[in-house]
Design a protein around this ligand. Structure first.
Ligand SMILES: [Zn+2]
Length: 275
C-alpha cells in the first residue's frame, strides 16, 4: 500500500498537469464511474488535495451544492499513470481518465473513487489524524491519543485516525532512528520523544515527496559512506530496518528482526531499540 508521500506526490502531479488548464475530458472507460465522469466532463480541475492516503481532485462546478470533489483511495491495488497526449485507447481497467491537449492520466484499481461534496470531504479530514505533510497538521492532536494509549507505538503509528499517511516503512524507520522499541506503549512515549518523531516524519516524508521514494539513512550510513553495496529491493531507497530481516544492522552490526504487528510485518533492531 502506498504511503502518504506517494499520495501527496500524486496531488502535485495532477495539479501540475491539469490545474489552471482548460476544460478536461473526464471519462470512465471501465464504466464504474461513468455517471460522475459525465457530470465532470468538460469542466476544469481547480485544485488537488491530499490527507494521509486520501487524494482529492476538485472540479470547478457552477452549482455549489453539487458534489465536486473526486475522492480517491488507492488501497492495495490502485495505480496512476501519466502520459503525453494523444492518450492511447483506454483499456477497460481504467476507472478514471483525465485528458487535455497536452497530457492524460489514468487511474486503475482504486479502493475508492467517488464524487463527494465539500461537506463529505470535510468529514474525511475530520476522521483522519494529523498528516505530517499537511501545513495545517497539529501533532499535539496525535499525541493526546498516543499518550493515553496502552497500544504499542508501532501499531499507533499505523492507525490513520491517530496519524495519517504513515505506513509500514516510515513507522519502522522512524522508530529505529529514535531508538524506540516498537512494542513500547503509547503512554510511555514522552512529549519530547513525540516532538522528535513528528519532526523527523515531516522531514523524511517531505524528502519522500521530492524523490518519490523512501530514504531514511543518515549521511554517515549511505552505501558510499559505509563502503557497502546499495540496497536491492523493489521498494527502492536506503533504509535501516524495513525488509532487512536477518541482515546486520547498519549501526550495531546485530541482526534485524521481524514480527507480525497490527497485521503487517514489523522490522526492528533489538539492540538499538531497547525496551
Ligand atoms: Zn542495531
Amino acid at each position: 500500500m502506498p504511503e502518504g508521500h506517494t499520495i501527496h506526490r500524486l496531488a502535485k502531479d495532477y495539479a501540475e498537469a491539469f490545474v489552471t488548464g482548460g476544460p478536461l475530458r473526464v471519462t470512465s472507460p471501465q464504466g464504474k464511474f461513468s455517471d460522475a465522469a459525465a457530470l465532470l466532463d468538460r469542466t476544469p480541475l481547480h485544485a488537488t488535495d491530499a490527507h494521509g492516503k486520501h487524494l482529492f481532485l476538485g472540479f470547478a462546478e457552477p452549482e455549489p451544492e453539487h458534489a465536486d470533489w473526486v475522492h480517491i483511495h488507492l488501497g492495495l491495488f490502485g495505480k496512476v499513470t501519466f502520459g503525453p497526449a494523444p492518450a492511447p485507447p483506454p483499456t477497460d481497467t481504467v476507472r478514471l481518465r483525465l485528458a487535455d491537449d497536452t497530457s492524460y492520466v489514468d487511474l486503475r484499481g482504486p479502493a475508492t473513487c467517488a464524487l463527494i461534496t465539500d461537506g463529505e470531504k470535510r468529514a474525511v479530514h475530520d476522521r483522519l489524524g494529523p498528516d505530517p505533510l499537511r501545513p495545517d497538521a497539529d501533532p499535539a492532536r496525535a499525541y493526546r491519543r498516543i499518550s493515553r494509549s496502552r497500544t504499542t507505538i508501532a501499531a499507533l503509528l499505523m492507525d490513520q485516525k491517530v496519524i495519517a499517511g504513515v505506513g509500514n516503512v516510515y513507522r519502522a524507520e522512524v522508530l529505529f532512528r529514535h531508538g524506540i522499541d516498537p512494542y513500547r506503549a503509547g503512554r510511555d512515549i514522552r512529549p519530547a520523544q513525540w516532538d522528535a518523531i513528528w519532526a523527523d516524519l515531516v522531514a523524511l516524508m517531505r524528502e519522500g515527496v521530492r524523490h518519490n521514494r523512501i530514504d531514511t539513512v543518515r549521511p554517515e550510513h549511505t552505501p558510499e559512506a559505509m563502503g557497502r553495496p546499495p540496497r536491492v529491493d523493489d521498494h527502492g531507497g536506503e533504509v535501516y530496518v524495513y525488509r532487512r530481516a536477518h541482515l546486520p544492522c547498519h549501526i550495531c552490526g546485530g541482526e534485524i528482526r521481524t514480527a507480525d504487528l497490527a497485521a503487517r510485518n514489523l522490522f526492528w533492531c533489538p539492540a538499538c531499540q531497547r525496551p
